[in-house]
Write a new protein. Structure first.
Length: 234
């Protein structure tokens, strides 16, 4: 989103990034070389987008000055390297525990997330409605998911994979999603299409009931040397 903001608004946000207590409109005007009224207009627009917020008052020689700070949403506009850090963690787990150990941990994580999401289910939610409710929860998590089943078939299609870059490098990451979907619904999950493997969407078809934590994969495979030894061998 930072790229779509105007030059002055970017400069204003960068100025606020360098302070923890905040800056006044007068201080921002001096820093940016524009009028205080212009700064207030920019602050109002950025506050409307949830990027800045008023902080405390600072006493000066005269009337106390209103300070303004970046919100957490505003700070998230600046570069973060979560995917890079996650890739390092995944690589370390694979090195230490092999591919089988990595997938076991991903499935356990997915099941634990599902357990937390189940606590948010409405009391009236039954197994028949679990897939639709799960699609809504996935939207909140950023998956851009919809329930598209028909003729008794229950399917979720996700147009956005929140781990896409990571899954492109290591498709085992999909085990997290499969475990989450399976544990939440108590259903077997057939991963019919995957964006990390060239699909246009991530498509999950829900089958019958299963034991906790199980899900069917797109292509069953036997353990490989990489699974056993990790990256580069042991």
């Amino acid at each position: 989103m930072l790229d779509i903001l105007g030059t002055r608004q970017k400069e204003l946000l960068r100025a606020l990034l360098g302070t923890t207590e905040g800056l006044s409109a007068d201080a921002l005007a001096y820093h940016l070389g524009i009028t205080t009224n212009a700064v207030r207009q920019h602050l109002a627009a950025l506050a409307n987008d949830g990027l800045v917020a008023p902080a405390g008052l600072r006493r000066s020689g005269g009337r106390p000055e209103q300070l303004h700070v970046l919100t957490e949403r505003g700070r998230e506009l600046f570069p973060r390297h979560y995917s890079w850090f996650a890739e390092l963690l995944v690589g370390l787990v694979r090195q230490e525990h092999g591919g089988v150990g990595l997938r076991e941990r991903l499935r356990r994580m997915g099941a634990e997330v599902a357990a937390g999401l189940r606590q948010r289910r409405s009391d009236a939610a039954a197994r028949a409605t679990a897939v639709d409710e799960l699609a809504g929860l996935m939207v909140e998590l950023g998956y851009s998911a919809t329930s598209v089943g028909s003729d008794g078939e229950q399917v979720i299609e996700a147009q956005n994979c929140v781990f896409h870059q990571l899954a492109m490098k290591d498709p085992d990451i999909c085990d997290f999603d499969l475990a989450l979907l399976s544990a939440f619904t108590g259903r077997d999950v057939d991963h019919q299409e995957c964006m990390a493997r060239g699909g246009s969407v991530c498509r999950f078809r829900f089958g019958g009931g299963i034991g906790p934590g199980r899900a069917s994969e797109m292509r069953p495979r036997s353990p490989t040397p990489r699974d056993v030894t990790g990256i580069g061998g042991a």
